[in-house]
Design a protein around this ligand. Structure first.
Ligand code: FPP
Length: 268
């Protein structure tokens, strides 16, 4: 009985803490797009004497919580780095387990995505995924296509350099066919040639697990993105961790090459 009471009061105080954190978020200055590098699944599992895939399985709950928290706040786009082109170099059994987890998770989350009015989308070299993963992904994207509250992007078989190379090829094709001159190539055109032209650059990039790298993620789009590094391993990442990152972001001065004085005068 005492244990039950303790657990209940713990949940209650956690809820209160979350509520207080949410209250300090300025809803008028939310980032439109948050990108997340979900790192630390393997270490989380190893700390518990388990296989790495145990960490990936537990990371799914963090994906749910993060997506839910973001949608509740009114964030319009979330991009999760779910599988990089470099991840194929992992042991085959881990790659297989990750792909299977994607299939199962995407399938089982369609209803929740629809209930929450969230649209599932993807970036990356999707042609390089297995027919089973592609079919599952395409089904889920089709079934959530009409949702409007938030776009949840999965970066799958993705790397920033691959995406930039892909964009360059599209542009080169247009030049080759005579539909584009060299003078017409500019930053706007390159942005529009990326995988999802309507996806705005992320204002905030979060990486978990205390590693300080961006690992070939959204290289073109993160030129002026604020970086937030969380010490938490991904399976431990919860709603309040997202709130903390957003609050930290809201206290930064984004200068885009200008001086601090210029920014302050512009606000005043
Ligand atoms: C990095 O941790 C994590 C990944 C490569 C995979 C992320 C996948 C999930 C969270 C599961 C499913 C996701 C979706 C969207 C359905 P790591 O293995 O590199 O950890 P380590 O650095 O501790 O080894």
């Amino acid at each position: 009985m005492a244990l039950v009471v303790n657990l209940k009061s713990l949940n209650l105080s956690e809820m209160m803490e979350n509520k207080n954190l949410i209250d300090t978020i300025d809803k008028t200055k939310l980032p439109k797009h948050i990108a997340i590098i979900m790192d630390g699944n393997g270490r989380w599992a190893q700390q518990r004497g388990e296989q790495r895939v145990f960490g990936h399985n537990n990371g799914v709950q963090s994906v749910r919580e993060t997506a839910e928290a973001a949608a509740e706040l009114g964030i319009k786009f979330i991009t999760l780095y779910a599988f990089s082109t470099e991840n194929w170099n992992r042991p085959q059994d881990e790659v297989d387990a990750l792909m299977q987890l994607l299939v199962v998770t995407i399938n089982s989350e369609i209803k929740t995505l629809n209930d929450n009015n969230i649209r599932l989308r993807a970036i990356g070299n999707l042609k390089g995924l297995s027919p089973q993963v592609r079919a599952e992904l395409e089904e889920a994207m089709g079934e959530t296509a009409e949702n409007t509250r938030m776009d949840l992007f999965l970066a799958l078989n993705y790397s920033g350099r691959w995406e930039i190379t892909d964009a360059m090829k599209k542009i080169a094709e247009q030049v080759k066919s005579g539909n584009l001159t060299l003078d017409q190539i500019n930053e706007k055109l390159i942005s529009e040639s990326m995988n999802a032209p309507d996806l705005p650059d992320p204002e905030l990039l979060i990486r978990t697990s205390g590693e300080y790298r961006t690992s070939n993620f959204l290289m073109w789009q993160t030129a002026y993105t604020e970086l937030f590094f969380s010490p938490k391993l991904w399976p431990d990442f919860r709603k309040e961790d997202l709130y903390e990152a957003i609050i930290d972001f809201q206290h930064r001065e984004r200068r885009f090459g200008k001086t601090s004085e210029q920014i302050i005068n512009c606000k005043g």
